[in-house]
Design a protein around this ligand. Structure first.
Ligand SMILES: C[S@@+](CC[C@H](N)C(=O)[O-])C[C@H]1O[C@@H](n2cnc3c(N)ncnc32)[C@H](O)[C@@H]1O
Length: 424
């Protein structure tokens, strides 16, 4: 989608051009007589001119009426019968000359949330971390590009870039608006309460391995929040489970996403720290967040009524847990703890993925195979996949968080790097 081209002598800006309106400002030494608008080569009317623009007046004090150089035009949707239209603007100053500008591919599609509902009978989820309504919009706008079931990493990046452009154009595409606002809202909130989070673990000294009161960061959590959004858009049923909460930073982030998306969340932890496993590095009681600390943090920063707590060692608490899951996140440090979580994989929808900590930037080889020696927990997860006869694929998200899924079945997750065009 190109910007309007620059003309000489007339100074102007098109600030916004979408299916609903076009607005900007224009100045010329002789003054502006009229501004005519065409859609797809058909004249549709003249813009209202003379609107207040104090900012332009300040920048161009020598041009008369520059402070009243604003113009606006509200489109009649009847004239926009294609999802992408060519909009032309003719700026006609008082000296009679005509300056023509045009912009191709203005997104003129209007889509409500109702238009974007996933009806599982006739559609299949695409294997991409892009919500269904957004896929549907992209397919209408650019069918040659997006009418495919083969969502390569390049196509995923392209889709997210195009969605960012659509959002910034203020196109009236509700699934795009809702997705981007969800992600930006989560991102702001996570970063906001991170500033307030108790930096140190009050029961340790700062240079202990659990000397900090926080085990994850917003950059890791936003990928999980996005995946919950995407899975929900495909109508994938089930609840969400977290294993390993420490003082509850990740729980706060994800409970907010769960509340927004109406997904019940389960938090599993001993609330007494790690079990004794004979590890030389980790000790019994490391990374302890008491139930009082965690629940108080979630009540303050997260959404406590979205959460059900399961207190005790995983080996015990998973035994009676039979709730179908749409997604799972584990931050459990130890091989044995990861093993204890794996029975729950049977409750997980095949289209989903497992997010795990201890999945580092170097946990994958260039060909996508795992370097199991980089992590305590990855071998336990992979063994479970192998035992169930499932192939395994993964992607590093950020810091020490990665996502794991069954190729051809699971919807891959997106890191914040890939989602970046939606935040800028
Ligand atoms: C690194 S911390 C989690 C950090 C947290 N996700 C955050 O964002 O700050 C690991 C947590 O896993 C819990 N944990 C590890 N193994 C466990 C087990 N077998 N049973 C219960 N809890 C366990 C510990 O109690 C601890 O709270």
């Amino acid at each position: 989608m190109e910007k309007f081209s620059i003309s000489q002598n007339v100074q102007y800006s098109i600030d916004d051009c979408n299916c609903r309106y076009l607005m900007g400002w224009a100045i010329h030494p002789s003054g502006i007589k009229k501004i005519s608008i065409s859609v797809e080569g058909h004249y549709v009317g003249d813009a209202v001119i003379g609107l207040e623009r104090g900012d332009v007046g300040n920048n161009y004090p020598d041009i008369s009426d520059s402070d009243k150089s604003g113009f606006a035009f509200i489109f009649n949707r009847e004239f926009m019968d294609k999802p992408l239209c060519r909009i032309q603007v003719e700026i006609i100053p008082n000296d009679g000359r005509v300056f023509s500008l045009s912009q191709d591919d203005v997104p003129t599609l209007v889509m409500t949330l109702k238009d974007a509902i996933f009806s599982s009978g006739s559609e299949t989820p695409v294997l991409a971390p892009v919500p269904w309504g957004v896929v549907k919009a992209l397919r209408i706008l650019l069918p040659d590009v997006y009418n495919t079931d083969n969502w390569s990493p390049e196509l995923i990046r392209q889709a997210i870039t195009d969605t960012g452009i659509l959002y910034k154009s203020h196109a009236a595409i509700a699934p795009v608006q809702q997705w981007v606002i969800f992600l930006r809202t989560m991102w702001r909130r996570y970063n906001e309460f991170r500033q307030q989070w108790e930096h140190f673990n009050a029961f340790r000294v700062p240079d202990d391995k659990d000397g900090m009161g926080i085990g994850t960061i917003p950059e890791e959590m936003i990928s999980i929040a996005n995946q919950l959004y995407v899975l929900k858009s495909y109508g994938i049923p089930g609840e969400f489970a977290e294993f390993g909460c420490y003082k509850g930073f990740s729980s706060c982030c994800l409970s907010l996403a769960c509340n927004e998306l109406d997904i019940p969340m389960h938090v599993f932890d001993s609330f007494a720290g790690l079990p004794d496993t004979g590890s030389t590095f980790y000790k019994e009681g490391d990374f302890c967040g008491s139930f009082e600390e965690v629940s108080s943090n979630i009540a303050t920063f997260g959404h406590i009524s979205s959460v059900t707590f399961h207190k005790g060692f995983f080996s015990e608490t998973v035994k009676d847990f039979k709730t179908p899951l749409m997604c799972l996140w584990m931050d459990v440090d130890l091989y044995t703890s990861a093993l204890d979580v794996t029975p729950v994989f049977n409750l997980l929808d095949k289209r989903s993925c497992i997010f795990t900590h201890e999945f580092l930037g170097d946990s994958l080889n260039e060909d996508g195979t795992f370097r199991f020696e980089t992590s305590e927990v990855l071998p336990a997860i992979a063994d479970k996949f192998n035992k169930d006869g499932r192939n395994i694929a993964g992607e590093h998200m950020n810091v020490a968080t990665g996502a794991i899924w069954e190729p051809g079945q699971g919807i891959p997750a997106a890191s914040i790097d890939i989602l970046e065009p939606l935040f800028s």
